[in-house]
Write a protein that binds this ligand. Structure first.
Ligand SMILES: NC(=O)c1ccc[n+]([C@@H]2O[C@H](COP(=O)([O-])OP(=O)(O)OC[C@H]3O[C@@H](n4cnc5c(N)ncnc54)[C@H](O)[C@@H]3O)[C@@H](O)[C@H]2O)c1
Length: 279
């Protein structure tokens, strides 16, 4: 069911790789809620061609390639988007993450620092680059809303999340600090949403992901939040219903973040203890 929450609004969605992507589901949800969209991803991701399917389903939205570590790409993206929309932008989704060390199987204690720089640039500083580009071009309307996706490993240790934990901490810090400046200057809001583990290309790259997603499911009173659920929350954050929310890290995790232990986890531990005694 649609509520017309985003009627008349215009937004840029970064990071729709395939149908599993949180950005993919968000684009569909925003379109369903009445928004006009521009879709963007790294040129190498666009070569897969998948995104053109999404563009069709979003009313033939333009697809504009941009590597988020390249300021010229970002400037062209914003300029073209404003020409397409015939004006400024109301919302932006930053749904971008990539860890080179995780991908190459390097443990946190033996990071390759060149790869680490790249990881931080793609996954965190890119939010600064996007906001800075929009700021310089005065590309976002007053009361516009920017959302970036994060994960609770920014605040607590989840060992195999490795350098991405540092990237998410930086992402959340940029959200607060740029959110302060953009709020003061233009009433633009910047928030992160801290999402449950979700089966996507980026998510599944983390070692032990299947075991971990099962654990999170057991530790969350409502269960893990799906990508579709996340898309709904993001649409609300882009709407005028959340005008006074900014600089926040908002948990969208079925209650995981505030659960110390759950009955389901205790039961699983008791079963394991039973096994080891009898074994
Ligand atoms: N999947 C999870 O468990 C989970 C949980 C919490 C937060 N998140 C976050 O959600 C966001 C979206 O990830 P996802 O799970 O939908 O996976 P995904 O793999 O579908 O999306 C990641 C996107 O980042 C893009 N990207 C990588 N390098 C880029 C570059 N240089 N320039 C532009 N784009 C680039 C990829 O092309 C891809 O579209 C990420 O920030 C991720 O960390 C994911």
């Amino acid at each position: 069911m649609a509520y017309n929450l985003l009627k008349g609004k215009k937004g840029i969605i970064f990071g729709a790789l395939d149908e599993k992507s949180i950005a993919w589901k968000t684009a569909l949800k925003c379109y369903e809620e009445g928004a006009q969209l521009v879709l963007t991803n790294a040129p190498v991701a666009l070569r897969m061609g998948e995104i053109n399917k999404l563009a069709k389903e979003c009313g033939d939205a333009p697809v504009i390639g941009a590597d988020v570590t390249n300021m010229d790409d970002l400037k062209i993206l914003f300029e073209k988007s404003m020409v397409h929309f015939g004006g400024k932008i109301d919302f932006i989704l930053h749904s971008i993450g990539m860890s080179i060390n995780v991908r190459k199987g390097k443990n946190y204690t033996e990071l390759n620092y060149e790869w680490n720089q790249k990881t931080l640039d793609i996954s965190a500083t890119s939010l600064h680059r996007i906001l800075r580009t929009a700021w310089d071009l005065d590309a976002i309307n007053e009361w516009g809303s920017v959302v970036a996706l994060t994960y609770i490993a920014s605040q607590r240790v989840f060992p195999d999340y490795s350098e991405m934990a540092d990237a998410k901490s930086l992402l959340e810090s940029i959200t607060r600090t740029f959110g302060y400046y953009y709020g003061e200057k233009k009433k633009v809001r910047v928030n992160t949403i801290s999402q449950s583990p979700t089966k996507t290309t980026a998510g599944s790259g983390v070692k032990g992901f299947d075991g971990f997603i099962g654990y999170a499911e057991k530790m969350s009173p409502l269960g893990n939040a799906s990508a579709e659920d996340c898309a709904g929350y993001i649409a609300v954050m882009f709407s005028d219903m959340t005008r006074m929310v900014t600089m926040q890290n908002l948990f969208h995790d079925g209650g995981f973040s505030f659960t110390g232990v759950s009955a389901a986890v205790i039961e699983a531990m008791e079963n394991t203890a039973g096994d080891s005694v009898s074994g």
